[in-house]
Design a protein around this ligand. Structure first.
Ligand code: ZN
Length: 396
């Protein structure tokens, strides 16, 4: 059994926290990282994060074993939306790099697509780091890019090795932010820069997603431009750039992020923490909105349960785990769950088998799509790719 522990504020080290929301998850049958966490706000600096969570080593094991970032289903290719975002990163970082000889490390690089854009732009001194061993093989095969398997704690990288370190969608996953920032500082050359992109928790309420989806099992830090700036300055970085960005995440959803470029500075003067008021305000609005949307979803699920006919449920991620815990979905006659991720196929959820999309070709039951972000693309997959005419039940 994984032990959950409380943590001090990763930015100002304060113990004073206020509970905003308790998020619950439903575990996969063979064990899971988390069954719940507390969304809290630091009463000193206003940083919002998940508390009562496992230690960093448990997260490390989880990412190594259950990597969802291998793009197995699409042969190692990212979506067009990822590509659009990577192009923005490239354009943002390039002006801060002195030459195409600059050495670049992408931490959590997945299959190396972002680095491949740098390579196409003439940068040769590039490498990646990712906890999943599959990413290393795929990056070498697709783009001829070196990716080390590991994480920040165990990788052997000499001090001052890189002129630029990229952390896109990484810091929101890390419990030990202080350790991470000091290791990154050591890896950077004297004039080195850090590029960071994280979800913008001060704008969660502005963009639609599934209710409470932002409080996913894997996202445990909820940054805003102010709190990200507080964090990096606390660890000796000078802010060169701070931006709020929005990107399409799928055909019908948008994600928001805070993006920044920071320079390592020796003996930086002591910094003053700026209190973040906005994140708590926005998360409170987001929680209320999510509760409202959830009421509508519960009504649709109640109708399915009351009909008492067998169904298939597409999706076994956080979205489904949450519905199994908080709605009557567990009382529906679910014949099977469908998931494209091969790591889940063959396992069981709630004692019900998880099968691959190809395995439903001879099944004629209605399919309930349990996803907001991928709802439209799953519909297309059912109708146009699998060519099935099963009834489709959508929640949004
Ligand atoms: Zn704090």
């Amino acid at each position: 059994m994984i032990q959950n522990t409380k943590r001090n504020c990763p930015i100002c080290n304060s113990k004073n926290k206020k509970l905003l929301f308790r998020q619950k998850f439903f575990p996969l049958s063979d064990g899971s990282l988390l069954t719940s966490y507390d969304v809290v706000v630091c009463e000193t600096c206003g940083f919002c994060c998940a508390d009562n969570i496992p230690e960093q080593t448990e997260f490390d094991i989880y990412y190594q074993e259950m990597s969802k970032y291998e793009y197995q289903d699409s042969g190692g290719k990212e979506s067009e939306f990822d590509l659009m975002r990577f192009q923005i990163y490239l354009n943002t970082i390039k002006p801060y790099l002195p030459s195409t000889k600059s050495s670049i490390l992408d931490v959590g690089c997945a299959t190396g697509r972002l680095l491949s854009l740098f390579k196409e732009s003439g940068y040769e001194n590039i490498q990646g780091l990712d906890p999943s061993p599959v990413c290393c093989k795929v990056a070498a095969k697709l783009y001829g890019i070196l990716v080390q398997t590991g994480n920040l704690w165990d990788v052997e990288i000499p001090e001052k090795s890189f002129d630029c370190i990229i952390l896109s969608g990484v810091l929101e996953h890390i419990r030990d932010l202080d350790r991470a920032l000091s290791i990154l500082g050591n890896m950077l050359s004297d004039d080195g820069i850090l590029f960071i992109d994280v979800p913008d928790a001060s704008r969660f309420s502005m963009y639609s997603d599934a209710p409470f989806q932002q409080f996913s099992m894997e996202h445990i830090n909820f940054f805003s431009p102010i709190s990200l700036s507080n964090l990096v300055k606390h660890f000796g970085f000078f802010e060169l750039l701070s931006l709020q960005e929005s990107y399409p995440q799928s055909a019908n959803t948008v994600s928001t992020s805070v993006m920044g470029i920071y320079k390592k500075v020796e003996n930086l003067a002591p910094i003053y923490i700026v209190r973040d008021q906005l994140t708590q305000l926005d998360l409170t609005t987001y929680i209320k909105q999510s509760q409202k949307i959830e009421e509508c979803i519960h009504q649709i699920i109640n109708d399915v349960v009351n009909k008492a006919s067998p169904i298939l449920v597409w999706g076994t991620g956080t979205h489904t785990l949450r519905l199994m815990e908080t709605s009557r979905l567990s009382q529906a006659k679910i014949l099977a769950f469908i998931d494209s991720n091969h790591r889940y196929q063959g396992k069981k959820l709630f004692d019900i088998p998880i099968i691959a999309p190809d395995d439903i070709k001879n099944k004629h039951e209605p399919i309930l799509i349990s996803s907001r972000v991928f709802q439209e693309s799953i519909k297309i997959q059912i109708r146009d790719i699998l060519k099935l005419d099963n009834d489709i039940i959508t929640l949004y």
